[in-house]
Design a protein around this ligand. Structure first.
Ligand SMILES: Cc1ncc(COP(=O)(O)O)c(C=O)c1O
Length: 379
């Protein structure tokens, strides 16, 4: 007996195999080159990447570190923050944004986000700042920049540094400004699924001050300013050379990959404009969104679960980023927040669904996604 039904082709959230196929043998050559060089940690590949990524984001300096989380932790330290200082961030983010503050023995302060974008709300931030607040840490969630000029002005007004969580915002712009351009520092993740991803863990910090740059170079290498000379306490957070080489290879593709993400988003927007209960998060005017995620609000009791389940049956990966806000996590239980404190972030966590948006989706894939969502929303 033959089986005539064929399983639908999976549509994954990221397609690293397609990316590998595009980059081709150069990827393996880059890895081989590093192995043959014997220079496995930092070195010329990492220096080249630090310079070219900083130039790409229009910042003065770049420092490669071991992960996006380390980028946040070391950036906080490099900006002169100390244990017990309060740092204001968003409750609508991956836990690392706030967790890095707590891990640094500092105090996470939270404020609510904008309902239309999920981005940290400038006015809510202004209202949340108190005499303990020593740093602003807005998150460019999903690949769209916060009101970066507004946050820069607020930080200047209060005389405190601005650290951008740019883990999801490689190549994104707002009002012609890129992440890392206006901040005192910006932390990036090169986790493999990011718009610019390594073949393993990786992170980077951009900054515009020579002093912060020098401090970061020390902090990622046990506070060392010369071999066996330790000026301050640091850690080992050195970016590996293989990751530097791979990131060098991928960086020239990033503009094109982001453009493809935007083209897919435009097709999704068009299809969902006809469905009342699917509301894409807004792109602010003047924004060039990097679409690390394409997020929609699914309105109506039980509908998000139904859409997700129906997509799952058709092997279309839809995901919850994030199923609960930061202040609901057990790890945050003693931060002084409770349910109801950030109603917008809390509601977004109940409504938002992220659909596949990697650069290698073809027309059929996009149509299958929009059709599946449309069908699932029919009564
Ligand atoms: C907003 C945000 N901040 C920080 C991080 C931490 O980066 P990493 O996983 O490279 O440590 C991530 C990673 O997903 C993130 O999405």
């Amino acid at each position: 007996m033959s089986n005539t039904t064929t399983d639908p082709k999976p549509i994954p959230p990221v397609d690293l195999a397609a990316e590998r196929a595009q980059i081709g043998p150069e990827l393996f050559e880059a890895v081989q080159r590093v192995i043959e060089s014997g220079w496995y940690v930092l070195g010329p590949e990492v220096v080249r990447f630090e310079k070219s990524f900083a130039a790409f984001q229009r910042a003065r300096f770049g420092v490669g570190v071991a992960s996006g989380t380390d980028a946040l932790i070391l950036a906080l330290r490099s900006l002169g923050l100390k244990p017990c200082d309060s740092v204001l961030t968003s409750p609508f983010t991956f836990f690392a944004s706030a967790g890095s503050i707590a891990w640094s023995q500092m105090v996470p302060q939270l404020c609510d986000v904008e309902a239309e974008t999920g981005l940290m709300d400038l006015e809510a931030a202004r209202n949340a700042i108190d005499e303990r607040t020593q740093c602003l840490l807005p998150v460019h969630i999903y690949g769209q920049l916060v009101d970066i000029k507004g946050f820069r002005a607020l930080a200047d007004e209060k005389g405190i540094p601005l650290l951008e969580d740019a883990a999801q915002a490689h190549g994104a712009e707002r009002d012609g400004i890129r992440a890392g351009e206006l901040g005192d520092a910006a932390a990036f993740s090169f986790y493999p699924t990011k718009n610019l991803g390594a073949a393993g863990e990786g992170g980077g910090i951009l900054c515009n001050s020579e002093e912060v740059h020098e401090r970061l170079l020390r902090l990622r290498d046990h506070g060392s300013e010369a071999k066996y000379v330790h000026a301050e306490i640091g850690t080992n957070s050195r970016l590996q050379a293989i990751q530097g080489a791979i990131l060098n290879l991928k960086l020239p593709h990033l503009e094109d990959w982001n453009a493809r993400r935007r083209a897919t988003a435009a097709r999704y927007d068009e299809a969902f404009s006809k469905i009342e209960r699917i509301v894409p998060l807004t792109v602010t005017s003047g924004s060039s969104h990097a679409y690390h995620q394409y997020a929609v609000r699914v309105i109506g009791p039980g509908l998000r679960d139904r859409v997700m389940a129906d997509l799952g049956k058709q092997k279309i990966a839809a995901a919850l980023h994030y199923p609960s806000p930061v202040h609901f996590q057990r790890a945050a239980a003693d931060w002084g927040y409770s349910k109801g404190d950030f109603p917008i972030a809390e509601r977004l966590c109940e409504e938002v669904l992220c659909l596949p948006i990697h650069p290698f989706l073809d027309t059929d894939d996009i149509q299958r996604v929009t059709q599946a969502v449309t069908e699932a929303c029919k009564d």
